[in-house]
Design a protein around this ligand. Structure first.
Ligand SMILES: Nc1nc2c(ncn2[C@@H]2O[C@H](COP(=O)(O)OP(=O)(O)OP(=O)(O)O)[C@@H](O)[C@H]2O)c(=O)[nH]1
Ligand SMILES: [Mg+2]
Ligand SMILES: [Zn+2]
Length: 317
């Protein structure tokens, strides 16, 4: 270990990954020599200069008197970050060091396609892979035309769509293969079955799943959300992160001119506009208007883009 050569480094520096962070309590898992999460410890942060989030790689020091406890001395550089802006414009970090976003939807609750677009933007701008996971495919018959047109739209944009069912045990091997040795986060609306999928892939996760009536969590000021913290689970060489459901997402876009790259079909049409500063409104020879007219750009995707663009311009989520 590095500390054998460096007398100034703490003698007990241990590599770990943050499993969850709730208020002042941080749960970490020490990393084996293969880099796999193993032993769990409860830690606190020595310095609050960096807020640790689930997925962070940290250096910890064990408490000599309580081996199940420790102190986080250092947060290592992050290779990626999933961030959002809340309604007051404050940037919140959801998790760190992700490779893959699993944008989970279901026939019920009804998918919000704009939310899918926003996750795809976050993935594009943060350099993450993304796939749409259509869970509850055992229920798809109820909304067949709407669901099929969503699948067709996103597949047409080059996004892979995985149909599966946590309850019926369908499509789970494909998900396992997709995750492989990567760190993947299950994200999406509340009730689509993110925690159910986690449990189906990894029964020992024993994550809490929403009751069918949705009554149990009412009256706690959280609506019907079941999962309340972002939490990491090791799975066969990879990692799954389960996250609380959200209704809205304003991805953190530091360079607004890059937003359009999250909408590749609009981006490529806009490159053919006659005017470089075309506002795609009523300008002549506007590539976007042409693509909207002949169906290369879906009208809903265009609205979705414009709304997000306005939000980012005004700095509000
Ligand atoms: N029919 C059917 N129901 C499912 C399936 N997967 C999950 N459900 C049900 O959907 C409900 C919500 O599941 P959860 O796993 O708690 O959903 P979640 O996305 O984790 O919700 P939040 O934690 O609130 O974000 C539960 O009643 C599950 O039993 C499925 O594949 N088919
Ligand atoms: Mg959940
Ligand atoms: Zn134009």
């Amino acid at each position: 270990m590095a500390n054998q050569n460096n007398p100034h480094q703490h003698p007990e520096a241990v590599q770990a990954v943050v499993v969850s962070h709730l208020r002042s309590e941080v749960e970490v898992a020490t990393l084996s020599s293969q880099g796999e999460p193993s032993e769990r410890l409860r830690c606190f942060q020595r310095s609050r200069s960096i807020e640790v989030v689930t997925g962070d790689r940290v250096l910890i020091e064990r408490d000599p008197e309580h081996p199940e406890r420790g102190v986080i001395n250092e947060v290592q550089p992050r290779r990626s970050l999933l961030q959002r802006r809340n309604r007051s414009g404050v940037v919140q970090t959801i998790c760190a060091n992700l490779d893959l976003l699993l944008i989970t939807i279901a026939p019920d609750p009804e998918p919000h396609a704009d939310l899918i677009d926003r996750y795809l933007v976050a993935a594009e701008l943060d350099g993450l892979d993304a796939a749409v996971v259509l869970n509850k495919c055992d229920l798809t018959a109820a909304r067949q035309p709407e669901i099929q047109s969503l699948i067709d739209l996103y597949e047409g944009l080059g996004v892979q769509v995985f149909s599966c069912s946590a309850v019926a045990g369908v499509g789970l091997d494909a998900l396992r293969n997709l995750i492989g040795d990567r760190t993947a986060a299950l994200v999406g609306q509340s009730g689509v079955g993110k925690s159910s999928l986690l449990n189906a892939l990894l029964p020992e996760a024993a994550a809490e799943v929403g009751s069918l009536s949705g009554k149990r969590n009412r009256g706690h000021g959280r609506g019907r959300h079941t999962t309340s913290t972002v939490r990491l689970y090791p799975i066969l060489g990879g990692v799954i992160i389960d996250s609380p459901g959200i209704r809205e997402l304003t991805p953190e876009v530091t360079d607004p001119t890059r937003l359009i790259t999250g909408f590749p079909e609009i981006d490529s049409a806009a490159r053919t506009c006659r005017f470089r500063n075309c506002r795609h409104d009523r300008e002549p020879d506007c590539g976007v208007s042409e693509a909207l007219a002949d169906g290369r750009i879906d009208a809903r995707r265009w609205r979705s883009y414009r709304i997000l663009e306005a939000e980012i311009r005004t700095g509000r989520g």
